[in-house]
Design a protein around this ligand. Structure first.
Ligand code: 6GU
Length: 237
């Protein structure tokens, strides 16, 4: 997969050299290029913003540098992180992970002139995505989050492919709590059932914990969980 990131703060993306994303790049599974939007300015001040038409606070990113930048790095599927985007989900991560070319456009200030997105959409798929109902300074940190969600789904990136298989089995529910050694710590014991070696009972316990956690923490997820995905024992829980 090839990813181009356009931002006025290329230094934000240092972390993409670390850990499993860094390794995916070193092993050639992922090719990332970070571009400074100011490369595509032509005035001495390298201006990227201006005041909003219609008035109001803050500044808006001017269309010309963005148009040139997208002409230079495109085409590809354009992802624009924004608090006014559609909520980014695991399903989106899977869809984006299946693509060969992604472009991330990081807005700052009050956002990018809407014509940039509309113009790009004439030539390439565009997705405006939000990470949640809060406002960040800009799209940079959101891109790192979205990259983590995508890159761990690329073939060969997760050392343990079982992790992804388990995840897809548990889709739509929160995962059960996890424990490791020691068996007792600060007078708190690991649930006995997890040490029993009884794989059937362990699977049942985890499933129950998932359901209880989801119902108490994420009633929104529980209310859309397909009834057909509940087994007989679930219905008794
Ligand atoms: Cl994706 N971008 C920005 N700038 N703010 C956000 C966001 C994204 N998601 C929530 N707030």
């Amino acid at each position: 997969m090839r990813v181009d990131i356009i931002s006025i703060f290329p230094d934000y993306f240092g972390p993409l050299e670390l850990s499993l994303i860094g390794k995916a790049r070193q092993t050639g599974r992922l090719d990332v290029a970070v571009h400074d939007l100011r490369t595509w300015t032509s005035d001495v001040h390298r201006t990227v913003d201006d005041t909003p038409y219609g008035g109001g606070p803050g500044m808006v990113m001017r269309p010309e540098p963005w148009g040139q930048a997208l002409d230079a790095v495109g085409p590809g599927t354009l992802v624009v992180p924004s608090p006014v985007g559609k909520p980014f989900t695991q399903a989106d991560a899977h869809e984006l992970a299946s693509l060969d070319r992604l472009i991330f456009a990081c807005g700052r200030y009050e956002g990018i002139d809407q014509r940039v997105i509309d113009d790009a959409a004439d030539r390439m798929p565009v997705r405006e995505v939000s990470l949640g109902d809060y406002v960040l300074f800009g799209g940079e940190v959101a891109v790192i989050v979205i990259m983590e969600a995508i890159v761990r789904l690329l073939p060969g990136v997760l050392g343990n492919a079982d992790s992804l298989t388990e995840e897809s089995h548990a889709a739509g529910l929160l995962e059960a709590p996890v424990y490791t050694k020691p068996a007792s710590w600060r007078s708190r014991d690991v649930p006995e059932i997890l040490r029993s070696g009884d794989h059937g009972r362990i699977a049942r316990w985890r499933r129950d914990q998932s359901l209880l956690r989801t119902a108490s923490r994420r009633p929104d997820m529980m209310s859309v969980y397909p009834v057909d995905d509940l087994d007989k024992a679930d219905r008794k829980t």
